[in-house]
Ligand binder design. Structure first.
Ligand code: AMP
Length: 148
């Protein structure tokens, strides 16, 4: 068993930091002062959405508690909209920390995946989704958030 003496540091060049800076595109469904929600490009099911804080944090453990609280509030808000938009039977909501915990992008994020009775959860980082399909799904979630 190995363990790092120094905890890993936040890398501002991670892909979600680039999304926050507008350097790469994302299918955004919700944004406020503290958080951003957008479609996962390799969804584990239709409607797979990610919620991130705007404040830099590598994972749950180094996040500022106020930023974390804002993130959880956005997770609840977006999760309700995702469930409604996809008429899902349930939701799987999860969050990974460090490579050993399954994390592959090192800016804190929470996954929201709509679930349907009898349908297995898709593979983590399986395949890239079609851009138009992601745009359509983002539109559905934005409409649900707006109460349309
Ligand atoms: P993990 O860090 O293991 O919780 O997973 C990172 C997630 O980010 C995976 O589900 C990827 O499909 C997703 N992902 C990676 N790059 C992007 C991107 N540019 N836009 C949206 N989602 C992404």
């Amino acid at each position: 068993m190995s363990s790092n003496v120094e905890p890993a540091q936040y890398d501002p060049e991670n892909i979600f930091a680039k999304i926050l800076r507008g350097e790469i595109p994302a299918q955004t469904v919700y944004e406020d002062e503290h958080t951003l929600a957008f479609m996962d490009v390799m969804p584990q099911g239709p409607g797979h959405t990610l919620v991130i804080p705007k404040a830099p944090a590598r994972g749950l453990l180094d996040a500022d508690p106020a930023s974390l609280a804002a993130t959880v509030a956005t997770v609840q808000r977006v999760a309700r909209a995702v469930k409604a938009a996809f008429a899902a039977d349930g939701l799987t909501i999860f969050q990974y920390n460090e490579p050993a915990g399954g994390q592959t992008v090192f800016h804190l994020h929470v996954h929201i995946v709509p679930r349907f009775e009898g349908v297995a959860l898709g593979r983590h980082t399986g395949g890239m989704a079609d851009k138009d399909v992601l745009a359509d799904h983002a539109g559905k979630i934005r409409a649900a958030l707006a109460g349309v």
